[in-house]
Ligand binder design. Structure first.
Ligand code: PEP
Length: 251
């Protein structure tokens, strides 16, 4: 019922030449994949080139953030309509690195969410607890609050395309993956919160991705879980062969 989505988050990596080499290596190898949505979110400056390289292939391109105003005197910001006009279809919002290093809050995630939807970008809203929050038994409280505040004011109709990514902060870029059981427990909780907010039809259709040191060695066990509908992949999406292996998960 839910089509899996595997999304690569390239963060601030690659030169333009390396983007071209990746596209040449990766796109032909995944052109047969139809039953999983494939997404790559490169740095802003490569979105247009990568989107052009991906034309006619199943690979979609997204942004790693958006600003909430359409235009104006906001030096260095990039708006949702701008991203849409150069080929982006998705936008990652509220990534923990944005929260940690750039003062992103649930309130600013909420503004970016409305801007993305207005421009027809599919938002991927990231939530996740820190190690300290998990160890002090606050995981569900933190995740529930991030979702309720981040999605505040969203109508049931607008929530239909939304994607949530559960990314425990302690598992991002650390090599420590949440066990499939830990991830499933939080994904089931997220689906319950979404049910409370928008009803069971929306919740049952919503894709909830897991992110945090996903790689070829752990993707199959994660995808075998009922409420895990895909992955947000950092490091392992930078290399064509390792990202393709993740896309060809069994589970
Ligand atoms: C991420 O950046 O969203 C992420 C999950 O990174 P990594 O896969 O490298 O842990």
């Amino acid at each position: 019922m839910r089509k899996p989505l595997i999304a690569g988050n390239w963060k601030m990596f690659k030169s333009l030449d390396e983007v071209g080499t990746f596209a040449d290596d990766f796109i032909p190898g995944v052109s047969d994949i139809k039953d999983t949505d494939i997404l790559i979110c490169p740095p802003y400056v490569y979105i247009q080139a990568l989107a052009q390289a991906c034309e006619g292939s199943p690979v979609m391109v997204g942004a790693q953030n958006v600003f909430w105003e359409d235009q104006g005197a906001y030096t260095a910001e990039i708006s949702a309509p701008m991203l849409k006009s150069i080929g982006a279809d998705y936008a990652i919002l509220g990534h923990s690195e944005r929260r940690q290093f750039f003062s992103e809050t649930d309130e600013t995630v909420n503004k970016r969410l409305f801007a993305s939807l207005k421009a027809d970008l599919v938002p991927i809203v990231c939530v996740g607890e820190t190690l300290g929050q998990r160890e002090s038994g606050k995981t569900f409280e933190v995740i529930g609050s991030q979702i309720r505040q981040g999605l505040k004011g969203l109508s049931t109709e607008m929530s239909a395309t939304l994607v949530i990514a559960y990314e425990p902060v302690w598992a991002i870029g650390t090599g420590k993956t949440a066990t499939p059981e830990i991830a499933q427990e939080v994904h089931a909780y997220i689906r319950k919160v979404i049910t409370d907010l928008f009803g069971s039809q929306i919740a049952q259709g919503m894709r909830i991705l897991y992110g945090g040191s996903v790689k070829g060695e752990n993707i199959d066990a994660l995808m075998a879980k009922d409420d895990i509908d895909g992955a947000l992949v950092g490091g392992a999406s930078l290399e064509a062969a390792s990202f393709e292996r993740i896309l060809r998960f069994k589970g």
